[in-house]
Design a binder for this molecule. Structure first.
Ligand code: ADP
Ligand code: MG
Length: 344
């Protein structure tokens, strides 16, 4: 928030505020026929199929403004929705942004939030084409709808994994969870002792993973360029374990996950040690990594292994064989939604 200025939203009124927040809105998609300013937007899909996803973010439940800069929040609100579109193997093209705002927010605060929204739109080449604005009694409520396009019948669901398919994941896991632990620790220290400045300098990677996640656009593009169509795909918002179980349940299959193959960033490994947390647990149950989890046919392995940003972490089995993780110690653990069952 800018220090000295505070413009009350009431000075603008609802329509004035919408106009103010969207006056520099740039349209880049050829398919955007009508954008902000009418009763609805109009999109030409040029013969493609449309993919739609929506998310609700509520202050105190999904984000904490004590350590979330509004610009990052605007960016993340868009990014996590685009991640859902990429997880369908589609390309995002448009978003709508709806906000419920209490009177603790000034126009300057909302400008900052929209800076983040526009930054994400620009980076991922999507148009903001509308939304809704309302007051609410407390806090901040954000709802984003993302729209994407895909060639006819080329979208990828959670339900297509087949026995012997390889399980792949992009990037690395557990970083966002450790970033969150760091922010929570600093918040606690600050609340107990407001004089102490947070010491987060060396942890920029982990902090960025939680505050400013990036949807894995380049993974989807790479797969498409290399003619690899995953048999199933999902993005990791709740943790590897829960997402893999979604794929197995929807696809009616089982799985073997190799603990030793789960990818980690060196900062994640270091911080897990510092917090006395098991890094595997951070990957399985932490969530918010927004990496892509997908399955491919065995025949695509030769090409897949040339991409350093994709790890093969297991394979799909018959449903009757269950859903297991093979630990580094060689034991079989049954996967459960929150991690794995250490007693089986
Ligand atoms: P209506 O009364 O039909 O809901 P609004 O006055 O709410 O219309 O919205 C006017 C225009 O501004 C519409 O194009 C709508 O999509 C857009 N809009 C409203 N709120 C926002 C917002 N927070 N961000 C972006 N566009 C918005
Ligand atoms: Mg409206």
């Amino acid at each position: 928030m800018q220090q000295n200025e505070r413009t009350e939203i009431s000075e603008f009124g609802e329509f004035g505020l919408i106009e103010h927040l969207t006056k520099n809105n740039e349209i880049t998609q050829a398919g955007t026929l009508l954008s902000v300013g009418d009763d609805a937007a109009v999109i030409d899909q040029f013969g493609k199929q449309m993919v739609v996803s929506t998310d609700l973010l509520i202050e105190g439940i999904h984000f904490d403004l004590m350590y979330t800069p509004l610009k990052h929040l605007g960016y993340k609100a868009v990014a996590v929705n685009l991640s859902d579109i990429y997880a369908m193997f589609a390309t995002p093209t448009h978003i709508t942004m709806s906000i419920g705002i209490s009177n603790k927010f000034s126009v300057e605060a909302l400008e900052e939030f929209y800076e983040g929204v526009y930054a994400a739109c620009q980076k991922y080449n999507v148009d903001l084409i509308g939304g809704d604005t309302s007051s609410c009694q407390k806090g901040f409520i954000i709802s984003v709808t993302a729209i994407g396009e895909v060639a006819p019948d080329k979208y990828v669901t959670r339900s297509g994994a087949k026995v012997n398919d390889l399980i792949c994941v992009s990037g690395n896991l557990g970083a966002a969870y450790l970033g969150l632990q760091l922010l929570e620790r600093e918040k606690k220290i600050f609340l107990e002792n407001p004089g102490i400045q947070p010491d987060l300098e060396d942890q920029s990677y982990l902090i960025r993973r939680i505050l400013k996640p990036e949807p894995r656009a380049e993974i989807v593009e790479w797969l498409q360029e290399n003619n690899i169509t995953p048999t199933s795909m999902i993005d990791i918002s709740d943790g590897l374990s829960s997402e893999l179980l979604h794929i197995c349940k929807s696809s009616n299959v089982g799985c073997v996950l190799y603990e030793g193959k789960i990818p980690f960033h060196p900062d994640t490994e270091k911080m897990a040690l510092e917090f006395l947390l098991d890094r595997t647990s951070c990957a399985l149950s932490g969530g918010e990594d927004y990496e892509l989890l997908f399955t491919i046919k065995q025949e695509d392995y030769e090409i897949m292994k040339t991409n350093a940003h994709i790890s093969v972490i297991g394979y799909i089995t018959e449903k009757e064989k269950g859903t297991y993780m093979l630990s580094k110690g060689g034991n079989n653990h049954k996967l459960i939604a929150q991690g794995w069952n250490a007693f089986s």
